[in-house]
Design a protein. Structure first.
Length: 381
């Protein structure tokens, strides 16, 4: 049941707890009558919390089962979504974004390790790809919710997501089990150093975090404010991104199983940069094509990256090591909302935000070239 429940948990924590904010941002900004810079700072709060959550997961993974952390993250995610549903003022909004940010790390980081443990080495990339599929399904659901409920207020979107989160939480406690004594054995940075090319891998993940956060957080706002598309059309683009991201992991995972993790990351970064630049064209169908391409690469890059780590780490070391490496991802994402808000306010357009996003993807490509891609190990752990 892990192949079903874990992707659903990722959907609640990441798609709902993080990326919904990007879609409701224009309406939330109007509701509270705040600037994009200030609105972007709440996204930064979420990502700072995610960074601290990553550090906490890296420490806890040495003494706590990964499935236990996923269940705890779900409890926090549902609570945070409930606060965002209520959010009568900016203070409550702040706390809700803080809690959902922390909770996201407790689900996203252990999830690949849990699914990788259920698959043999030849299918490890495919198994980890299902994590990204959960994120993609959630993005689709978020886009549909915005199209159907945004007229009744952005809080109602969080209400629906919180109630769905309760169902996933119940399923997790009923269906996910861990073996006694299966927690990690105190791995640390030394474990990361056993991964070939771990330094460029860390740098590539940081560049990835900056690029995807800029693009996803400001896609809807750019299409509405710069290109003049309706809220429904902008939400459709977000949904297209979500649909494509469902397939990114299952496509890039087997691709990396066969042709190597490094090559898969390189293809993903090239696709991201190209899609971001195409999204600057203010006429259809280019924004939708860009969203589809970006969606595939959006979940494809981390699938290949996580599979590369799983190839060279014992199962007990994966959670702690991936938690540490995710710190660079968190730093990249922390910079994005405030940077994007400042760029858009200063220039009066979101084009500069997308140019920086594409540049970050190209930086990631450079580092991905320096990640060696030895033949994956073929023995089950």
């Amino acid at each position: 049941m892990a192949f079903l429940v874990v992707p659903l948990a990722v959907m609640v924590a990441q798609s709902f707890g993080r990326f919904t904010y990007a879609v409701v941002l224009p309406d939330l900004q109007d509701d509270f009558n705040i600037s994009y810079t200030l609105a972007g700072s709440f996204g930064t709060v979420n990502l700072i919390a995610y960074l601290f959550g990553s550090a906490a997961v890296a420490w806890l993974a040495t003494r706590t089962a990964l499935i236990v952390m996923i269940k705890g993250g779900l409890i926090a995610s549902v609570g945070g979504l409930g606060l965002l549903w209520w959010s009568p003022n900016l203070g409550v909004l702040f706390v809700g974004m803080l809690i959902t940010g922390l909770a996201g790390a407790f689900i996203w980081i252990p999830a690949p390790g849990v699914l990788a443990a259920t698959a043999g080495p030849a299918r490890r990339g495919l198994a980890i790809g299902l994590v990204g599929s959960g994120l993609g399904v959630g993005l689709v659901v978020t886009g549909l919710l915005v199209r159907n409920q945004i007229d009744t207020g952005w809080r109602n979107i969080y209400r629906t997501e919180a109630l769905f989160g309760v169902l996933v939480l119940v399923a997790a406690f009923l269906m996910l089990r861990h073996k006694t004594g299966a927690s990690a054995s105190r791995p640390s940075l030394d474990a990361i150093r056993t991964v070939p090319g771990w330094i460029p891998l860390v740098a590539a993940y940081g560049a990835y975090g900056l690029s995807i956060s800029l693009f996803v957080n400001f896609l809807v706002a750019r299409l509405q404010e710069d290109a003049g598309f309706s809220a429904e059309t902008a939400a459709l683009a977000f949904s297209v991104l979500g649909v494509a991201s469902i397939f990114g992991g299952p496509i890039f995972g087997p691709f990396s199983d066969r042709f190597g993790r490094s090559l898969a990351m390189q293809v993903g970064f090239v696709g991201m940069a190209g899609a971001i630049l195409v999204a600057l064209v203010n006429s259809q169908p280019w924004p939708l094509l860009a969203a589809a391409t970006f969606g595939l690469c959006f979940t494809g890059v981390p699938t290949a990256l996580a599979a590369h780590m799983a190839d060279h780490l014992e199962q007990s070391a994966f959670g702690a090591a991936f938690g540490v490496i995710t710190l660079s991802f968190g730093v990249g994402q922390i910079l994005a909302p405030q940077l994007g808000g400042w760029l858009s306010d200063a220039s009066g357009t979101f084009a500069s935000v997308f140019v920086v996003s594409a540049g970050a993807a190209l930086v990631g490509l450079v580092f991905a070239f320096n990640v060696p891609s030895p033949k994956p190990q073929t023995s089950d752990r």
